[in-house]
Design a protein around this ligand. Structure first.
Ligand SMILES: Cc1cc2nc3c(=O)[nH]c(=O)nc-3n(C[C@H](O)[C@H](O)[C@H](O)COP(=O)(O)O)c2cc1C
Ligand code: SF4
Ligand code: SF4
Ligand code: SF4
Ligand code: FES
Length: 596
C-alpha cells in the first residue's frame, strides 16, 4: 500500500459542498500535481467535520491543522507554503487554532474538546466512498465477529446489555426491540434504517450517511443476523442527494467484496440492502407511515399494536432503527457493552449527536456523552450567542420537543431529564434562541410546521392543530384574549391525549413549554398588545427618535409615504399609514429609527 507523508482532507458534507468544496478539492489536486507532490500528498474527500459554520473546511494531517472558510484562491498558497515548505499559513487557520503562538491541533480546539465521537467516529476522517478506508478503521470486523463467533441470541443480549436506546426520538431500548422480533417465525423478516430525518434544523443522520455509510450497512447486517432477517431497506429522503449517492456507492462496494449478499463471511447468512427514497414528509419518519410508504402507499400512520416487530413491512416481522442508533452498533460489538456504558449516564448510556443551530456561534454537528449539560453544549462547544446577545432559550426535540430556559442550562442531557422539564431529546435538533427571538413566534413556527405535515387521518391532529395555530395567529396579531391562552392549553392537552400517532401526540409541546416558561411574553402580546422582542409584525411600531438629523432619506424610501418632516428637522411616522416594512430603519445611517 502506498504511504503518503501528508493528507489533505477536504470536507464533502452537504454544508461544505454547497459552498463549493468540490472546486477546492480539484484545485488542491491540480496544484499538488503541478509542484510534483502527488506521490507524497494525498487529497481525501470526507464527510462533515462538525464545524459547518466555518466551512468549507480543510484539515491537513499529520499536523491536524484546521483551515476554515477556505476558498479556491487560497489553495495555491497553502500548497506552496504548507505542503512544500512546511510553513503553516496562519492567516487562513480557524481563529481558535491560531490564538497563541502555538498552533492548536484539531482535537484541542474548544469545539471538539468536550466531544466524544462514537457514531461520528469516522466522519471527517475517511473517504466515505472508499470501503478500504472503512475497513482500515476496523470496518466490517464487528459483522465478521457476530457471524463467526456469536449466536443471534448473544448479539441481541449484547445490544441489550449495552443499554443503547433508539436515537430516532422515542429512546426505546434497541436490544429489547430486537428481542421482540427475533423469536417470531416468518418466511421473511426485514430490517429498516430510518433516514427520513424530517425535523426542521436536524442533519445528524444525513451527516452520518454522508461521512460513514458503511457503518450503517454493517449495523443493518448485524441486526439482520440478530433477528433472522435477510433483507434491509434504507428509507432516505430524496432531498439528501449526497447521502443517497454515498449509500449507493457503499452498497455496490460492499456487494463486490462479499460484505453484503449471499453467504457472508463464508457462513450461510445472506443479507441484502435496498434504498427507498422518501418525498420529504415529516410523518413518513413515523415507523408505521414509513412502512406504508415503502409498500408504495400514501404515508399515513396506523394504530399500534400490532408493532412492526410482529407485523411490519408487508405484514412480516420488521425492526426499524434510526441511522445514529445503527451507527453505534458495530462499535458496541467490537468494544463490548461495558465500554459503551462507561460514558453517558446510568439510564442513557453512550453519546448523542446534536445538530446545533439558531443563534449560536459554532453552528454544526456535535457528539457528546449523555449527561453533558446544556450549558457545556451551548457555551463550551457552541461558543454562545453571536454578537454579544443574551441567551434566551433552547429548543430541543424539534416539533415534538419544547423550549427550555436559562434555568435549565445545568441539566445533564439525557432522555429522562429533558422529558422531566417538558421537552425531549427527539432526534437531536438543538436550536438556540437569543433575546431577539419571540417565543410566541417560535411556538407558532413549529405549529405551522406540524399543521402542514399532519397526515390528516385523525381529527384531533388534523383539526386541533389548525385551531391552535389560528389562536396563535390571533395572539401574534395583537387580537388575543386571556381566554385564548386557556383555550390554547386545553386544546393542546386534548390533542396530546387523543391523537393517533406521535406527530399529533407531541405537536402541542412547543406551545405548552413556551406557555409554561415564557407566559409573560404571551401576556405581553395579549394584555399590552406588545411583542417584547420586536418580532411580531402587527404589534411593531417604528418610531423616529430625537437623534434624527432630518436628512429625509427615510421619507424618500418609505413605500407608502408614511414619514413626514422638513429638511434638518426631526421626522415623524404616521402609524396608521405605516405597513412596517422596516425599510426606513435600514436606510437611516444615524440610527434614529427604532422598533418598539
Ligand atoms: C412524526 C414522527 C416522525 C418521526 N421521524 C423520524 C425520523 O425522521 N427518523 C427516525 O429515525 N425516527 C423518526 N421517528 C421515530 C420512528 O417512528 C421510530 O421510533 C424510530 O425510527 C425507531 O428507531 P430507533 O429505535 O432506533 O430510534 C418519528 C416519529 C414520529 C412520530
Ligand atoms: S396524529 Fe396527525 S399525523 Fe398522526 S395519524 Fe393523526 S393526523 Fe396523522
Ligand atoms: S433617515 Fe434617519 S436621520 Fe434621516 S430623516 Fe429619517 S430618521 Fe431622520
Ligand atoms: S416601516 Fe416601512 S412603511 Fe413604515 S414608515 Fe418605515 S418605510 Fe414607511
Ligand atoms: S459539512 Fe463541512 S464541516 Fe459540516
Amino acid at each position: 500500500m502506498k504511504i503518503f507523508r501528508s493528507h489533505v482532507l477536504v470536507c464533502g458534507g452537504t454544508g461544505c459542498s454547497s459552498s463549493k468544496s468540490a472546486l477546492i478539492r480539484e484545485r488542491f489536486e491540480e496544484k499538488i500535481k503541478e509542484v510534483n507532490l502527488d506521490n507524497e500528498v494525498q487529497v481525501v474527500v470526507t464527510g462533515c467535520f462538525g464545524l459547518c459554520e466555518e466551512g468549507p473546511v480543510v484539515i491537513i494531517y499529520p499536523e491536524g491543522t484546521f483551515y476554515a472558510r477556505m476558498t479556491v484562491d487560497r489553495v495555491d498558497e497553502i500548497v506552496e507554503e504548507h505542503l512544500l515548505k512546511g510553513r503553516i499559513v496562519r492567516k487562513y487557520l480557524f481563529d481558535e487554532s491560531a490564538k497563541n503562538e502555538q498552533i492548536t491541533p484539531l482535537s484541542e480546539v474548544g469545539f471538539y474538546k468536550k466531544q466524544k465521537r462514537v457514531a461520528l467516529r469516522n466522519c471527517g476522517l475517511i473517504n466515505p466512498e472508499n470501503v478500504q478506508e472503512y475497513i482500515a478503521r476496523d470496518g466490517y470486523m464487528a459483522l465478521g465477529k457476530v457471524l463467526t463467533e456469536m449466536t443471534p441470541e448473544e448479539v441481541v443480549k449484547l445490544v441489550k446489555d449495552s443499554g443503547l436506546k433508539g436515537r430516532g426520538g422515542a429512546g426505546f431500548s434497541t436490544g429489547m426491540k430486537w428481542s421482540f422480533a427475533a423469536p417470531n417465525k416468518a418466511d421473511q423478516k426485514y430490517v429498516i434504517c430510518n433516514a427520513d430525518e424530517g425535523d426542521p434544523g436536524a442533519f445528524m443522520d444525513r451527516s452520518v450517511l454522508e461521512g460513514d455509510p458503511h457503518a450503517v450497512l454493517e449495523a443493518m447486517a448485524i441486526a439482520g443476523y440478530a433477528i433472522g432477517a435477510t433483507k434491509g431497506f434504507i428509507y432516505v429522503r430524496a432531498e439528501y442527494p449526497i447521502a443517497v449517492h454515498r449509500l449507493e456507492v457503499a452498497i455496490k462496494q460492499a456487494k463486490e467484496l462479499g460484505l453484503l449478499g449471499k453467504n457472508l463471511f463464508g457462513t450461510d447468512f445472506d443479507f441484502d440492502i435496498e434504498i427507498r427514497l422518501g418525498a420529504g414528509a415529516f410523518v413518513c419518519g413515523e415507523e408505521t407511515a414509513l412502512m406504508q410508504s415503502i409498500e408504495g402507499k400514501r404515508g399515513m400512520s396506523r394504530n399500534k399494536p400490532p408493532f412492526p416487530a410482529n407485523k411490519g413491512l408487508w405484514g412480516k416481522p420488521t425492526i426499524i432503527n434510526n441511522v445514529e442508533t445503527l451507527a453505534n452498533v458495530p462499535q458496541i460489538v467490537l468494544n463490548g457493552p461495558e465500554w459503551f456504558r462507561s460514558f453517558g449516564t446510568e439510564k442513557s448510556p453512550g453519546t448523542k449527536v446534536f445538530a446545533l443551530g439558531g443563534k449560536i456561534n459554532n453552528t454544526g454537528l456535535v457528539e457528546v456523552p449523555m449527561g453533558t449539560t446544556l450549558k457545556e453544549v451551548i457555551y463550551d462547544i457552541g461558543g454562545g450567542c453571536p454578537n454579544g446577545k443574551e441567551f434566551k432559550a433552547v429548543q430541543t426535540g424539534g416539533p415534538s420537543g419544547g423550549c427550555l430556559t436559562k434555568d435549565h442550562l445545568d441539566i445533564p442531557i439525557d432522555y429522562d431529564n429533558l422529558i422531566a422539564v417538558g421537552s425531549m431529546m427527539g432526534s437531536g435538533g438543538m436550536i438556540v434562541m437569543d433575546e431577539d427571538n419571540c417565543m410566541v413566534d417560535i411556538a407558532r413556527f413549529f405549529l405551522d410546521f406540524t399543521v402542514d405535515e399532519s397526515c390528516g387521518k385523525c381529527t384531533p391532529c388534523r383539526e386541533g392543530t389548525k385551531r391552535m395555530l389560528e389562536i396563535l395567529d390571533k395572539i401574534t396579531e395583537g387580537k388575543g384574549t386571556m381566554e385564548d391562552l386557556d383555550r390554547l392549553e386545553k386544546l393542546a392537552m386534548n390533542i396530546k391525549e387523543t391523537s393517533l400517532c406521535g406527530l399529533g401526540q407531541t405537536a402541542p409541546n412547543p406551545v405548552l413549554s413556551t406557555l409554561k416558561y415564557f407566559r409573560d411574553e404571551y401576556e405581553a402580546h395579549v394584555v399590552e398588545k406588545r411583542c417584547p422582542s420586536g418580532v411580531c409584525q402587527s404589534l411593531l411600531k417604528y418610531i423616529i427618535t430625537m437623534d434624527c438629523r432630518g436628512c429625509t432619506k427615510c421619507s424618500r424610501i418609505c413605500p407608502v409615504g408614511a414619514i413626514e418632516g422638513k429638511v434638518k428637522e426631526v421626522h415623524v411616522i404616521d402609524q396608521d399609514k405605516c405597513i412596517k416594512c422596516g425599510s426606513c430603519m435600514d436606510a437611516c445611517t444615524f440610527h434614529a429609527i427604532i422598533k418598539k
